[in-house]
Structures are given as C-alpha cells and as structure tokens.
Design a protein around this ligand. Structure first.
Ligand code: ZN
Length: 340
C-alpha cells in the first residue's frame, strides 16, 4: 500500500475529529520540498527528498480514441467517504482503494473543491489513482470545474470552515495552499477543462451557443487558453468586477462558459438546438455536471447526460457508465440501469 493510501486510512479512521487533521500540503521551496501536515491542531513540517514528487506536470492531452469503457461523475465537493463507496461498489477501485477499472477511463467532471471538508484527501487520492490507472492502461481525467477555478482565482466564499482553520495555522491564504509553488497546485494547473473521448465530450457545465459563436471550436486550443490564463485570473476578475468589459473573461469564465453554463437544464432548448451544437463540436454526446439532480439524468434523447447526482449532500451519489455506446446509471449500490 502506498504512503497516500495509508495516510487516507489514517484520516478516515479519525472519524468525527476531522477539524484537527489536514494535509499534507507540499511546498516547492527552491530546490527543496517542504511537507506540512496538521495533526491535533499543530503544524508538523518535514523536508522531503526532492525526488519524492514530480515537480513538473505536462499538460494533459485533450482527445482520446477507442476507449472501451468510461465511467464519469462530478461535483464531489469534499465528500471523500461517499466517493470511495461509489467507486468501490462499481468496481472502479478495490477494497484497498487501488484501481480495478482495467483499461477503462474515469472522468471526474469538475468540482472536487469547496463545501465539504475532505477536499485535500480526495485530491491526493485522485493524484495517486491517476498514476495507478495509467500503469494499467487506463486513465483518470480530472477536469477543472468552476469551483477549482474559484479557488485558483481566490474566490474563497465556499470553503469549509475547517480550511479557514488550516489556513490560519499554516499562515497562508487557502488559495496559497494550491499555488504554483505546491505539488498539487502544479498538478491542477496541468489539467484540462474539456476532453473528448470517442465521440463524447466531457466538460463541467456545458457548451453554449454563445461560446461556440465566440470561439472556433478546438478542444486543445481551448484547454491551453484556460491553462495559460490562470496566472492572470485574479487580475482579469478584478477588472471585470470594476465594470471594464472583457470578452475573453466573459466567454471563458462568465455565465455561459464551459464551467458555469446551465442552459441544457434551464433554457427552453429544442432537440434541433442540441443537434446543432453537437455538429459544431463534432460529437454525439456531451456529459456535464454542475447542475444538480438526484441521480444521473439524460436529456434531449440521450444527447446530453447530467452526472451531478448531488454527492455534495453527502448522502447518495451515482456515476454514468458508458460501454458500447450504451449509457447506464451506476447506483451507489453498484446496480446498472440503462438510461432511456
Ligand atoms: Zn459547478
């Protein structure tokens, strides 16, 4: 068992007394790595071998072909325990939290951050699972949602109060715990916001007509633009909030952007509107999170799949399982129900 998994078990075993435990947060300090953990409300620091972690993370690829099976879920919002149950019961991971989805792809369609109190645990778990999956011919895709970007641009309104305590103890703002001088921060900055697997596009909130009208649709280019904008995001947001218009910010981070749009669920779109969007983006289906439902849902004749199954409440959750062009809800108990 790896060190992260061992740590996760310790964290899980702490049960209710969670506020006093957090981390690790690993800071890159020149050519040193400094690990900080909070144990019993105290910060424990340790210098690590520089070889303990990669410090360079290359941009994730944006398109994948011939993938035999896919599972996707979203909006985990710090609900580590429920996430583990859902993945175990659907055989994505085994009892020891190791990858068991073979050459399948698991897509986390954004929003691990905010609301709940086990965000850091989930990030390390996904970090570890990603490497395991790759070594088995599978893949984990962690797409950035609006709550990832909110933390990256310093909008900290939704963090759990535990993280206010952690930040105070570590003498940093919460977003600095994921800055570009941290291992998880660099890893996050390499992630995609939109990915295409076979003929299916995955993105946190959806692709609006406005977005495609603004941008010639090229997934690789869109991901790169979003990655490259991260260092300027705080400044762009400030300018926008002071009333200065900024088309780029509005289209990429505004209400009809890939990370905030709710149109598939809230606007009166027709099947033919959806077919037009799909044609422009050269896909047969779009899988989104962000808008919460009680379970995984399909809209517009299975063209749009909504995977935010309200895991954030900490009670129940589902994922979508895709194989041979068939879409099924995978329930918390591991039952498959075909979407129709
Ligand atoms: Zn969201």
């Amino acid at each position: 068992m790896t060190k992260y998994l061992l740590l996760l078990f310790i964290v899980m075993a702490q049960g209710q007394n969670h506020a006093a435990f957090d981390g690790p947060y690993i800071f890159i300090n020149g050519n040193k790595l400094v690990e900080k953990k909070i144990i019993n409300n105290k910060v424990i620091s340790k210098t690590l071998e520089t070889s303990s972690y990669d410090t360079i993370y290359y941009s994730e690829k944006s398109t994948f072909h011939k993938v035999s099976k896919i599972a996707a879920l979203s909006d985990i919002h710090g609900q580590f325990d429920l996430l583990i149950r859902l993945l175990q019961n659907n055989k994505i991971i085994d009892k020891s939290l190791n990858w068991s989805f073979e050459e399948g792809h698991l897509v986390i369609v954004g929003d691990i951050f905010d609301r709940g109190d086990k965000v850091n645990e989930i990030l390390w778990f996904i970090y570890e699972l990603e490497a395991q999956a790759k070594s088995k011919g599978g893949r984990v895709h962690y797409l950035l949602g609006n709550h990832e970007y909110m933390v990256l641009y310093g909008d900290l309104r939704y963090i759990h109060e535990k993280y206010n305590k952690s930040s105070k103890l570590l003498n940093l703002e919460y977003d600095e715990l994921y800055s570009n001088n941290t291992i998880l921060g660099r890893w996050l900055r390499s992630k995609a916001t939109i990915v295409k697997i076979n003929d299916i596009i995955f993105t946190h909130a959806g692709i609006s007509k406005d977005f495609i009208a603004y941008e010639n649709f090229n997934i690789e280019k869109i991901n790169n633009k979003m990655r490259q904008s991260i260092p300027r995001l705080k400044e762009l947001r400030k300018l926008r909030r002071s009333g200065k218009s900024n088309n780029f910010y509005d289209m990429y981070f505004g209400k009809n952007s890939l990370i905030w749009y709710r149109g598939y669920f809230e606007e009166q779109l027709t099947d033919s509107d959806i077919l037009k969007i799909l044609k422009l983006v050269d896909a047969d289906h779009i899988v989104v999170g962000h808008t919460s439902n009680e379970k995984v849902v399909q809209l517009y004749n299975n063209k749009i799949i909504g995977v935010d199954s309200s895991i954030k409440k900490g009670e129940y959750g589902e994922l979508v399982f895709i194989k041979d062009k068939r879409f099924s809800r995978a329930t918390l108990n591991g039952e498959l129900i075909e979407l129709k």
